[in-house]
Design a protein around this ligand. Structure first.
Ligand SMILES: [Cu+2]
Length: 180
């Protein structure tokens, strides 16, 4: 390869110049044209607006940021209750709300679990039948306790309230449907 290049260079050097004058003229023209083109390009570049700043990127070497996902919200777990059977319901108390494990139970013998485990204060649970008569009152239960009672419920909507102070007005009330 090197030998071939050397031979070519040698051949060119040795070859007689074919109209050296014309070649020089052409060469000069091309040079001028090229230099004008460069000047034009420089002008265009100078006129061009500055490129917009690049958006901020993670520093080199940083791993690509993962797709943002919804942050799971930790929800306190209520204590276990027998599988919903229509024969039991859990009433969970917080300040200030009652949350039922089921909105409906069957008429008859029903186990009511009063779950005060997530509460900060003592609470009570009173169950009133559709006529407004008290079926049961658990009594003031300290925070952190879980109490179960089995009662007999007739059909109709039963009102559950915390009778302590204004707790029911603050939200500690719920309706339990009893289907007959
Ligand atoms: Cu209360």
């Amino acid at each position: 390869m090197r030998a071939l290049v050397a031979a070519l260079v040698l051949g060119l050097a040795v070859a007689p110049p074919a109209d050296a004058k014309l070649r020089a003229k052409v060469h000069h023209k091309v040079k001028r044209k090229a230099s004008r083109r460069w000047r034009h390009l420089a002008f265009v570049l100078a006129q061009a607006p500055a490129p917009a700043p690049a958006p901020p990127e993670a520093p080199a070497g940083a791993s690509p940021s993962p797709t943002p996902t919804a942050t799971p919200v930790a929800t306190p777990k209520p204590p276990s209750l027998p599988a919903p059977s229509g024969r039991s319901v859990s009433v969970r108390s917080t300040e200030f709300a009652f949350t039922l494990s089921s909105q409906t139970v069957n008429a008859g013998s029903v186990t009511i679990q009063f779950d005060n485990s997530a509460a900060m204060d003592p609470h009570d649970l009173e169950v009133d039948d559709p006529g407004g008569h008290e079926v049961i009152t658990f009594g003031r239960q300290p925070a952190g306790t879980v109490t179960s009672r089995t009662v007999t419920l007739g059909p109709g909507d039963h009102l559950l309230v915390c009778p302590i102070l204004t707790h029911s007005d603050l939200g500690m009330k719920a309706t339990l449907h009893v289907s007959g």
